[in-house]
Design a protein around this ligand. Sequence first.
Ligand SMILES: Nc1ncnc2c1ncn2[C@@H]1O[C@H](COP(=O)(O)OP(=O)(O)OP(=O)(O)O)[C@@H](O)[C@H]1O
Ligand SMILES: [Mg+2]
Length: 251
Amino acid sequence: MPIHHDNSPPPQAQTGAPSILVRELNYRYPDGFHALRGLSVAIAPGERVGLVGPNGAGKSTFMLHLNGLLSGEGEIRIAGLPLSKEKLPEVRALVGMVFQNPDDQLFSPTVFDDVAFGPLHMGYGEEEVRQRVAEALAAVGMADFAERMPYHLSVGQKKRVSLATVLAMGPELLVLDEPSAGLDPRGRRQLIELLDGMALTMLVSTHDMRLVDELFPRILVMDAGQIVYDGETSAVLNDDAFLRAHGLEKP
Ligand SMILES: Nc1ncnc2c1ncn2[C@@H]1O[C@H](COP(=O)(O)OP(=O)(O)OP(=O)(O)O)[C@@H](O)[C@H]1O
Ligand SMILES: [Mg+2]
């Protein structure tokens, strides 16, 4: 790995590198619980990958590693960049992460402020920020909610606004933790269409096997801190015994 000098090319220029590369990732929570046990995976630019598995499998724990919010043993690279202290701001600008719990994502007095937060901190001017916020809120069907208090929104509305906070930053990679949880059927359909229309690398955890079937040709199945399957979605969805063994169901 060459050392990056100040005049090194921007991350986008590192063509050929996987969007996400993870090697032998192990993580123990401070109480000693061994939550990730030797995870390895490579996801190419533009790939759309579903992440499934029973409650407690380690999906959220894994995702929180991908922008350095948790840090275990092993190697992680995002678009070729290591998650070192120096590279962390660059990595965070590339990775749009939506947390499982929207209350971890929303903290401003208005929806507008929450969605504007990212673009403002990226240094965009007022007009550009306004436009980004408007587009992101429209994309998630929340255009009329800009002046509302995030705290008082319904769960599904909060999930939509959380996604908008990430879209407004124009990430290269989406890491979404259960984005359809709490959405009504129309919201779920809008989400599927929205994701389907975006040419970004996506890693999306969900218990919604229909969503997986529609959007993700490749699936990672996690159980007890390990990836127990990595491959074609269609193969897994036709393997009843495997699905049952890992607490999953056919769509
Ligand atoms: N702060 C923590 N301290 C100790 N153990 C934790 C902590 N957070 C999570 N765990 C444990 O780590 C394991 C993985 O949890 P994680 O939240 O990653 O699962 P998940 O696959 O996302 O589940 P779900 O489908 O319910 O969202 C679980 O056994 C959980 O109890
Ligand atoms: Mg989770």
